[in-house]
Design a binder for this molecule. Structure first.
Ligand code: NI
Ligand code: MN
Length: 226
């Protein structure tokens, strides 16, 4: 499947001819200043939690594309009240079969408040199962033993994991998370965007190599196949 990294925790993934966009935060990200918000395709926008660095550009993209917003009940309702009524609410442990594959909303240990202070429900991540492959998108989270349940319940090909530390797990925990969910291929996210989460790329990459895993730290704007 083709994956494009738009910076921070924002990825566009093509599955079954559909464009799935995760956690759009472009216009507030200096590292993504060369990304053209108006040309990002989206049929679905999947949101892990309500923090600004995950939902900032949802309205602009959803208004332009008419994309379906998929997240927890509270976040979907919040966008619904803004006139973006094309939403699909979920909650932890629930799965739904969309036309591109099955989405499961899974646990994350983090917090979730919407930009205006409204309650953002409990934060989550996603497991996506499709004919083109299965993967886990962690959202913002600590390392948790719940990830073992994901590994036991799903046959995953790779995982997209936060690893910038401070607000989420760091890279050593992300490596353990990969073991818990049963993958050896990891795409990193939630690094370098602000000072608290700057990482030393070669140190992190060397650690994953020493652990026998493949880590990709994508460049902003880069597209690649997984
Ligand atoms: Ni967050
Ligand atoms: Mn975040």
């Amino acid at each position: 499947m083709k994956i494009t990294f738009y910076g921070h925790a924002c990825f566009g993934i093509e599955l079954a001819g559909k464009h799935i966009l995760f956690d759009p935060f472009i216009t507030g990200n200096q590292l993504a200043k060369d990304i053209d918000l108006g040309s990002i395709p989206a049929d679905y926008i999947l949101l892990s939690h309500g923090h600004q660095d995950h939902v900032l550009d949802v309205e602009a993209i959803a208004h332009r594309t008419g994309a379906t917003i998929v997240s927890n009940f509270e976040i979907v309702s919040w966008f619904g009240a803004k006139g973006l009524s094309n939403g699909h609410p979920m909650n932890h442990g629930g799965s739904w079969k969309f036309d591109f594959g099955v989405v499961k909303y899974v646990n994350a240990v983090h917090s979730s408040v919407l930009p205006d202070g409204n309650y953002g429900g409990n934060p989550g991540g996603f497991v996506i199962e499709s004919e083109e492959g299965n993967f886990y998108y962690s959202g913002d989270t600590a390392l948790t033993y719940d990830m073992k349940l994901i590994g036991e319940s799903h046959d995953l090909d790779f995982a997209i994991l936060c690893l910038g530390d401070n607000f989420t797990m760091g890279y050593k925990e992300a490596s353990r998370a990969a073991e818990f969910v049963g993958v050896s291929r990891v795409i990193g996210m939630h690094f370098d965007t602000f000072g608290y989460i700057k990482i030393d790329h070669s140190q992190v990459e060397d650690y994953f190599i020493s652990e026998g895993k493949m880590l990709k730290l994508p460049e902003v704007g880069e597209s690649f196949e997984m």
